[in-house]
Design a protein around this ligand. Structure first.
Ligand SMILES: Cc1cc2nc3c(=O)[nH]c(=O)nc-3n(C[C@H](O)[C@H](O)[C@H](O)COP(=O)(O)OP(=O)(O)OC[C@H]3O[C@@H](n4cnc5c(N)ncnc54)[C@H](O)[C@@H]3O)c2cc1C
Length: 391
């Protein structure tokens, strides 16, 4: 009989969650068990995003959980969003990335910076998974420094004319719409909603990834694309627009990475208790206990950090620097947990029979996207010293 997944809760963090949070968690966990776990290794091995899960994710309510009900969201709090991200990433970082992008990088800017018409036109469909969105900020020559972007638009009379290219865009080849950040004629960064099928707009897929293989990544290429003026997000200008979106996504990642770490720990603990060498379970050896004890300690610290950040965010008090610290810490924690857990499984750890190597490879992207590990450190450094060390 398969023993159910049993994540650690060493400091009774569960007691900090409401009944509603626990009900949501159990619904997502059950869905991940039934619908993600049986197919995810094959999807990653074959580098195929499981498209059929998108509508189910919409029905499950993982797209825009904190967006108000009148726009198709669930009107939930920030802790609920975090709990959902943890459960999805226990399945796979690619599945969590899909929900993160749709929620924080597509629905959030349309909700926060969009017109009422834009909200009504796009949000309910995005929430239901009837429409897929992507977020275009990174460019071939501008990653950590998006303020130097070259993608531009000009006034073409009754429409805007968009030119440029974005790279490393999650979901771009399958997206119906792209929230694109580009400079206007005065050099101000604005957000535009670009729709699939607009003339001059293509979204080729990026191949040969060794990480996030069960997630689609691609480019966005704009060659004199005519974008209707009503597709401009009216209520934001400047780099703070995309940065606010990234804050929301980074917050979700701080929770999500814990799910990947918990899955690795759960797998490693079971294996260590069952696998015998020298006549004893490997869990009886001090070196393996050290790994397991340190892993559960690190997961516990990350849980408490995420929970406190969630509380601050619910009160609208979380700073961008606090979010950076949590994203950085928790993703590094998860990557280290994956590496240690993989070693506990010995050779078996490198196979697709166990999820650890897949999590480890996924987390190599997670530690780079939404601000690299270095950039988040510099954000903390800037915050505590008042000195910008970026330039
Ligand atoms: C799978 C995947 C999915 C992604 N999805 C999206 C998406 O949906 N939308 C989107 O817009 N982008 C997306 N990205 C892009 C991602 O956000 C960028 O890769 C990231 O911001 C880093 O940019 P870069 O890769 O160009 O690295 P670079 O900015 O070129 O950095 C290279 C190295 O230099 C370091 N570095 C840079 N500047 C400094 C500095 N001032 N001081 C010290 N070190 C520095 C970095 O830390 C890094 O180690 C995705 C990336 C991946 C891998």
């Amino acid at each position: 009989m398969k023993i159910p997944y049993s994540p650690p809760d060493y400091f009774f963090v569960d007691e900090l969650l409401s009944d509603e949070h626990k009900i949501i968690r159990s619904a997502i966990r059950d869905w991940v068990d039934r619908r993600v776990m049986p197919i995810i290794d094959d999807a990653a091995q074959e580098a195929k995003f499981p498209m059929h899960l998108i509508r189910e994710m919409g029905e499950l309510g993982v797209f825009g959980p904190f967006i108000p009900v009148e726009y198709g969201g669930a009107g939930l709090d920030q802790i609920a969003y975090g709990v959902i991200m943890t459960e999805l990433e226990r399945g796979d970082s690619g599945i969590r990335s899909c929900a993160s992008v749709q929620t924080s990088l597509v629905m959030y800017p349309i909700y926060a910076f969009g017109s009422e018409e834009q909200r009504k036109k796009y949000l309910p469909k995005l929430a239901a998974g009837e429409m897929v969105g992507c977020f275009g900020l990174t460019e071939p020559d501008h990653g950590s420094d998006p303020g130097s972007m070259e993608t531009r638009f000009s006034d073409g009379g009754d429409h805007l004319i968009l030119n440029g290219a974005k790279m490393w865009i999650t979901n771009s080849p399958i997206a119906d719409i792209a929230v694109v950040w580009a400079k206007d004629e005065k050099g101000k960064i604005r957000g535009l909603i670009v729709e699939k099928g607009m003339e001059g707009f293509t979204a080729p897929e990026t191949h040969k990834k060794w990480s996030l293989r069960a997630s689609v990544t691609g480019e966005l290429v704009f060659d004199n694309v005519k974008v209707p003026k009503e597709n401009l997000l009216p209520h934001i200008s400047g780099l703070k627009g995309p940065l606010k979106c990234l804050n929301s996504a980074r917050y979700g990642i701080a929770w999500g990475a814990i799910g990947a770490a918990m899955d690795c720990y759960d797998t490693a603990l079971r294996y260590a208790l069952e696998r015998k060498q020298f006549g004893n379970p490997i869990a009886s050896f001090q070196l393996q206990q050290k790994k397991l004890a340190e892993i559960v300690t690190e997961i516990t610290k990350a849980q408490l950090l995420a929970w406190r950040l969630g509380k601050l965010r619910s009160e609208d008090r979380a700073t961008a620097a606090q979010i950076s610290m949590a994203k950085r810490n928790n993703v590094e924690m998860a990557l280290n947990v994956a590496r240690e857990s993989r070693q506990i499984l010995g050779a078996m750890g490198i196979t697709g029979d166990f999820p650890i190597m897949r999590h480890m490879m996924n987390l190599e992207s997670v530690i780079t996207y939404e601000g690299t590990h270095d950039i988040h450190l510099l954000i903390t450094g800037n915050d505590i010293t008042g000195i910008d060390a970026f330039h």
